[in-house]
Design a protein around this ligand. Structure first.
Ligand code: CP
Length: 312
């Protein structure tokens, strides 16, 4: 792809507060661009020259933070970082308005989704959710890219999520619905996903199953996904959740309920021996490192769609 000929797709909502900000044409367009960015990274190396990204992290990160830093550098831009709780020293609206005078975009990892919403309300530059209480949209973009690479197209496939109805499963559910994938979650009833998000996915035409039977969820799946049982912010519930999720560990027996060519997926970091066994993590069908790699490519595509000039 020659730089002079690139006309980038845009994201109408201007932000990525959640997966709901990507409509039925924008999500496939982003995944197409991510494939191109991965195939020919040099074609985009000056695309964000002179642009800057503020990274606001209330919680730790390896993959998200480093892939945004690398991604901006590889696109010709740069990042600045601020760690710590937002809304303590000063109101979030003041943070958003200060940053809007200095940078081209804001990436924020926050305990509460409301913090993302308030940043987006007051900022005059795009705001990207880098994980919040309710959503992890950047993770789901990389995951959908990984599924595309393994199966050609997500349409008609079944994605099984085994475990907590959390931010990651919410994002996957909405992306699956947008892309025509069946989504099944095997989860103890009290940790079921938010009913409003399930309703949103179904309203998009998504086939969504919520079941307390992990084997029913995994049955016939093309991809079996899990995440830690106690997400960041819920660590005080670790013991209680370990008991509740004991029957939801993805081991060889549960993975065998999926198709013989099914892949195993995890957003990482993983707690081996808890939500997944070593045997499944290290299986030839484990896609976890592809997912981690694709964080870089998918986020570069997102940054291009949100921050680049109309025509490269
Ligand atoms: N999957 C993910 O978001 O990883 P980090 O918490 O390391 O960013």
């Amino acid at each position: 792809m020659a730089m002079a000929s690139i006309s980038l797709p845009r994201i109408q909502s201007r932000n990525l507060k959640s997966d709901l900000d990507l409509d039925a044409s924008e999500l496939p367009a982003l995944l197409d661009l991510a494939r191109e960015v991965k195939r020919a990274p040099a074609a985009f190396r000056h695309a964000l020259a002179g642009k800057s990204l503020a990274l606001l992290f209330e919680m730790p990160s390896l993959r998200t933070r480093l892939t945004f830093e690398l991604g901006m550098q590889q696109l010709g831009g740069f990042t600045v970082l601020s760690e710590g709780a937002l809304g303590i020293r000063e109101p979030i609206r003041d943070v958003a308005r200060n940053l809007s005078r200095w940078v081209t975009g804001i990436v924020a990892r926050t305990f509460q989704q409301e913090t993302i919403e308030e940043l987006a309300l007051w900022a005059t530059v795009p705001v990207i959710n880098a994980l919040s209480s309710d959503w992890h949209p950047c993770q789901a973009l990389a995951d959908m890219q990984t599924i595309n690479e393994r199966f050609g197209s997500p349409r008609g496939l079944k994605l099984a999520f085994i475990g907590d109805g959390n931010n990651v499963s919410n994002s996957l559910m909405i992306c699956a619905a947008r892309l025509g994938m069946e989504f099944a979650i095997g989860v103890p009833e009290r940790y079921s996903p938010n009913a409003k998000i399930v309703a949103e996915a179904r309203a998009m035409g998504g086939k969504v199953t919520v079941t307390s039977d992990p084997f029913a969820a995994a049955s016939g799946a093309h991809a079996v996904y899990t995440d830690v049982w106690a997400s960041m912010g819920a660590e005080q519930e670790t013991a209680e959740r370990a008991a509740a999720f004991e029957a939801y560990r993805v081991d060889d027996r549960l993975f065998a309920a999926a198709r013989p060519d099914a892949i195993f997926m995890h957003c990482l970091p993983a707690h081996r021996g808890e939500e997944v066994t070593d045997s499944v993590m290290e299986s030839p069908r484990s896609a976890v490192l592809d997912q981690a790699e694709n964080r870089l490519h998918a986020q570069k595509a997102l940054l291009l769609m949100l921050l680049a000039d109309e025509q490269l």
